[in-house]
Design a protein around this ligand. Structure first.
Ligand code: FES
Length: 179
């Protein structure tokens, strides 16, 4: 059994291979692989004794799941009415410019996936941008760069700041939301 199959099997076993735990199993696979590889769906269907079409139905129903590899960070921009009237479209365009990627795609370096949503259920703090589950309310174009910078991979430079070097030495360097 190859490594991926073994990993998937251990996640199925963690949930006793029960049909009622299908969503939990898929969530674990999504977290482990950052998406649901097609072979994982076949393996889950077989292990749970379910038709593949039913597993696929669940995998495509929830926003938490992706059938394509996702970037390391998920950036979600709400384009619902309340956010839209407060400038969400312009914020999305700024994020697309900064990340150099259109909505629905991954950045070339695999760091970000940019997605849009119809409403995230927190209209009062709109416009809303969510990165890795952290809600950034009252977003503005000027806030886009600082928001993204928090998640960007630091550029490699020859020197390390003193504090960071100290920490690294000490440690020795490690939503199912309905669509
Ligand atoms: S419209 Fe954006 S959170 Fe509701």
């Amino acid at each position: 059994m190859d490594t991926d199959k073994t990993r998937i099997q251990s996640l199925i076993d963690k949930h006793q291979g029960l049909k009622k735990n299908l969503v939990a199993i898929l969530l674990d696979i999504q977290e482990s692989f950052n998406y649901l590889p097609p072979e994982s769906l076949r393996q889950v269907a077989k292990a749970l004794g379910m038709p593949l079409i039913d597993v696929l139905g669940v995998a495509t129903f929830y926003r938490a799941f992706s059938l394509r590899p996702r970037g390391k960070h998920m950036c979600l921009v709400c384009l619902g009415t309340a956010c839209h009237v407060r400038g969400a479209q312009k914020i999305l365009e700024e994020i697309e410019r900064k990340l150099d990627v259109p909505a629905g795609e991954n950045t070339k370096d695999g760091q970000f996936t940019l997605e849009t949503a119809a409403c995230l259920g927190c209209c009062a703090i709109g416009p809303v941008v969510v990165v890795d589950g952290a809600y950034q309310g009252h977003a503005t174009i000027r806030k886009v760069a600082p928001i993204l910078d928090k998640y960007r991979k630091p550029k490699a430079s020859g020197k390390r700041p003193k504090a960071a070097a100290k920490t690294a030495t000490r440690k020795g360097g490690r939503a199912a939301r309905k669509k």
